[in-house]
Design a protein. Structure first.
Length: 276
């Protein structure tokens, strides 16, 4: 197979890696500037534009790579080698190893190409609230390092330099809240409000799925390109991987209720449910 434009890259020093991981675990997000080079950015962005061409997009809708959201394409590692190479691009790989330990695994990748007024602008945590607290307990103890089952690496493929470009926003330390973000208004946690991630193409930022976050609307006249890569704890995949692609004999499924079919995993997970 022909090599792609993605470099191997180099890990950060141990000191710098530890500083990034420490800030990420403390705040729930961290910005890391200048990771990708210009030719890599242009190559990935060109591939994304190919995927969004109408004939290709129609096929991706049929194959389940394109859902109801008009600006997201899912399961990119199934579509082109360039997205596979991005999964192991340094220093991303070594940062994931520092957070999860050896043997972590990729558990998703998608791209957002937002046009004007397009965004996922509701405040949310991804999937579900993992460590909820009762109302009379204000937050998790700051001495505890909150477990991370999986996280997202956000890779800017275009400049997101002003609020009009639709930056991601996070409420610092809100992964310690033990709560969903409020449904209305501007959320705060312990007196701290949203922080906008203003960045340049080639910058990356990590986010804890339990940290309150959203994407702001793109008010500019330019497309906003954001590649997302999810990684998770190895134990979860190794414990359950044997059942993910399990093929049940047809005669055992005859007359099975929908409840049983669901428990056996005979459905395709819709990644758009992350945002609901």
């Amino acid at each position: 197979m022909e090599p792609t434009s993605i470099r191997e890259g180099k890990p950060f020093s141990k000191t710098h890696t530890n500083e990034i991981v420490r800030n990420f675990k403390r705040d729930g997000f961290v910005l890391i500037p200048g990771v990708l080079k210009l030719d890599e950015i242009e190559a990935v962005r060109a591939k994304v534009d190919e995927l969004f061409e109408p004939p290709r997009l129609a096929k991706l809708t049929q194959s389940g790579h394109k859902g109801s959201n008009p600006f997201i394409i899912w399961h990119l590692n199934e579509l082109d080698r360039i997205f596979c190479d991005m999964l192991v691009r340094e220093p991303i790989y070594s940062l994931m190893e520092a957070i999860f330990g050896p043997g972590f695994q990729q558990c998703g990748n998608q791209v957002l190409r937002n046009g004007r007024d397009q965004s996922i602008d509701l405040w949310h945590v991804d999937n579900a609230l993992w460590f909820p607290l009762p109302e009379d307990v204000p937050r998790h103890d700051p001495r505890i390092e909150m477990p991370i089952f999986w996280l997202t690496v956000q890779i800017a493929l275009s400049d997101i330099g002003t609020i009009d470009h639709g930056p991601s926003q996070y409420v610092p330390v809100s992964h310690y809240s033990g709560r969903q973000p409020p449904k209305t208004g501007t959320p705060e946690f312990e007196g701290r409000g949203p922080v906008s991630i203003l960045c340049k193409a080639g910058d990356i930022y990590l986010h804890n799925s339990q940290c309150w976050h959203r994407g702001t609307p793109n008010r500019s006249g330019k497309l906003r390109y954001l590649l997302q890569q999810q990684y998770g704890q190895a134990w979860a995949f190794r414990r359950y991987n044997a059942y993910i692609n399990q093929k049940m004999p047809e005669h055992l499924l005859e007359g099975a209720s929908q409840l049983l079919l669901d428990v056996l995993g005979s459905f395709r997970f819709n990644p758009e449910d992350w945002y609901r």
